[in-house]
Ligand binder design. Structure first.
Ligand code: 2M8
Length: 428
């Protein structure tokens, strides 16, 4: 039975979600959680901007502008901006070897977010592409100039990914650290991380484990040693990619979707050359995803370790993101069937790892729990199911960071930014 929410409860939910954003607001950026993550995180801010735009479009645009103001010369958008020193998070600037920001990046979701902000800011329907006429109704000062500046920054970032995250020239996206993918301790990284030397690495500075109800909800110390070893290797490589490079169908899909968004927005602001460039890149990356990361023998999209050239497939939700594009018909059928069989549950759908996997862990971070941002993407595929799942979780358990997919129980931080922000998007 789909969840039914009365008008009064709906109104309350909107007020509660807006309150989370206000609580986590630091003026020009929003932290994911006051308790666990006291800085600006890149892909969190993209989702947060979407949330803000449902009730304050100016604030939404400022969120993205702050994010882009810390973009590096090479186009990189760091995954964390350390705008104000804060002792409550580890690793901080001293470990990264960079005062202003971390030195790695995050999934390409910024064009998608900006497009959604513009849709909300111009009162557009969900599926109505943004165009020049509608853009004129965006009620912020100097709207066109500000949108153009954001588009240019986003294009520089897309070019950074093409230049710095494609070591084998496959036209797909790899990541140089599990944190770049946002899916920190996902099983897709177990094998490549096992090759990272963690001898002598000290993870005792961790602050995260004490901030959750049960440390088992967080990655292990061994995993953290690996993350810190890579941070150090990247620092030694003068912030070049370091020793870890794994092609990821999830990151590659997000780049295609973002290039498609960039194309539509570039057309709306009248920049045809940018729109044409984005269109060409989107087509090229999508064709390469289906060609290079679809593993015919294993009948699934694969993670390709660029260091060993080995493909590996995993029963993770991230493997189904190509469904949001235009895969060959037979591939689509295979994926749809498997998604239904392995990721639709009795209590909660869209766990990050199939419960049938030997590695499934119902409470440990990215190794099974349901994450609202991951689920939200599947609105393009199955909106009723997604909305029902998310609204059920947040009405019953609050805006938690993640949820136990076997019970719906809340995990990690409470009052978590993107959980509230994407609920606002759905309720709009
Ligand atoms: C988590 O990652 C950070 C490291 O970047 C951490 O665990 O300290 C992930 O869930 C990531 O996807 C998210 O962006 C970040 C902040 O919410 O937390």
């Amino acid at each position: 039975m789909p969840i039914e929410i009365s008008d009064a409860n709906r109104k309350q939910l909107v007020e509660d979600a807006q309150a989370v954003l206000r609580d986590n607001d630091r003026g020009t950026y929003t932290v994911p959680s006051n308790k666990l993550y006291p800085y600006q995180w890149a892909w969190d801010s993209a989702f947060l901007a979407i949330g803000w735009s449902t009730f304050d479009v100016e604030r939404a645009v400022v969120e993205l502008e702050t994010l882009m103001s810390g973009q590096w010369e090479d186009g990189r958008i760091p995954h964390i901006h350390f705008w104000k020193p804060d002792e409550n998070y580890y690793p901080g600037p001293a470990v990264w070897g960079h005062q202003a920001s971390s030195t790695i990046t995050n999934p390409a979701v910024f064009a998608l977010a900006l497009e959604r902000v513009l849709t909300h800011g111009t009162n557009g329907a969900e599926d109505e592409p943004i165009d020049a006429k509608r853009l004129q109704t965006l009620s912020i000062a100097n709207a066109r100039g500000r949108v153009v500046a954001l588009l240019e920054a986003i294009e520089r970032f897309h070019l950074f990914l093409r230049r710095e995250r494609d070591p084998l020239g496959l036209n797909c996206v790899s990541c140089s650290h599990p944190w770049e993918s946002g899916r920190d301790n996902c099983v897709t990284w177990d094998e490549p991380m096992a090759a990272v030397d963690i001898t002598g690495v000290d993870a005792s500075g961790r602050k995260d484990k004490d901030k959750v109800d049960n440390p088992e909800q967080r990655p292990t110390d061994t995993a953290y040693k690996g993350y810190l070893a890579l941070v150090e290797a990247i620092r030694k490589a003068e912030f070049g990619p370091g020793p870890f490079a794994v092609y990821d169908p999830f990151l590659t899909t997000l780049l295609v979707l973002s290039e498609q968004s960039l194309e539509r927005m570039a057309r709306a602001v009248g920049d045809r050359p940018m729109a044409d460039r984005a269109k060409e890149r989107a087509a090229k990356v999508e064709a390469s995803l289906h060609k290079h990361l679809w593993d015919k023998t294993q009948n699934a999209y694969a993670w390709k370790n660029a260091k060993t050239n080995r493909n590996a497939v995993y029963p993770v939700l991230a493997a189904y993101f190509p469904l949001l594009l235009d895969p060959p018909a037979a591939v689509r059928t295979t994926l749809e069937t498997r998604l239904r069989d392995e990721h639709f549950g009795d209590v909660v759908d869209f766990p990050t790892l199939a419960p049938s996997s030997d590695h499934f862990d119902a409470v440990c971070y990215w190794r099974g729990p349901q994450w609202i941002n991951m689920t939200w993407f599947f609105r393009a595929h199955d909106p009723d199911r997604v909305d029902d799942n998310i609204l059920r979780l947040v009405t019953q358990h609050g805006f938690s960071e993640y949820f136990d997919p076997t019970s719906g129980a809340p995990l990690g931080a409470s009052n978590f930014g993107w959980s509230a922000a994407l609920t606002l998007d759905i309720l709009r």
